[in-house]
Design a protein around this ligand. Structure first.
Ligand code: FES
Ligand code: FES
Length: 151
């Protein structure tokens, strides 16, 4: 079957029931998308499907009709303003959850350019962080929103 990831069309020979996550990581080698729980409960595998944040472990590749974007394709080879702010705010600790957090945050900012704390908490509620970086995630999203507004 065909799948479009980060702007490139790929032909993949897999069972259509294979979770998108495994196709991204094991077939296409895009290991920036992380495996955490495998049951759509932690957010580590968050990618964009036509711009919306979805858990790649919870989507069968045969059901994918839109364009997939992973952390590798988020900025087309350059850091996005969100990622620059993320680094500036020193959000990451161990880093494992962070690609998923950034994908969820960028989807939020696309649909809600000036999010409140409640907007952020709701949008990010599916993304767990064992290192407890939540306050810095919230600060980074606010800072990125301000930068995008000023741009
Ligand atoms: S690995 Fe997909 S949500 Fe946890
Ligand atoms: S930074 Fe370690 S799990 Fe989130």
């Amino acid at each position: 079957m065909k799948i479009v990831v980060n702007g490139t069309e790929h032909q993949v020979e897999v069972d259509p029931q294979t979770p998108l996550l495994w196709v991204l990581r094991d077939v296409l080698g895009l290991t920036g998308t992380k495996f955490g729980c495998g049951i759509a409960a932690c957010g580590a595998c968050t990618v964009h499907l036509d711009g919306e944040a979805v858990p790649a472990c919870g989507v069968a590749v045969g059901e994918v009709t839109g364009e997939v974007t992973t952390i590798e394709g988020l900025g087309n080879g350059v850091l996005t303003p969100l990622q620059e702010v993320w680094i500036g705010e020193q959000v990451a600790q161990c880093g494992y959850c962070q690609p998923g957090q950034i994908m969820a945050a960028s989807a939020l900012l696309r649909r809600t350019p000036d999010p409140t704390d409640d907007d952020i908490d709701e949008a990010m509620s599916g993304n767990l962080c064992r290192c407890g970086t939540y306050p810095r995630i919230r600060a980074a999203i606010h800072a990125a929103a301000a930068r995008l507004r000023d741009a």
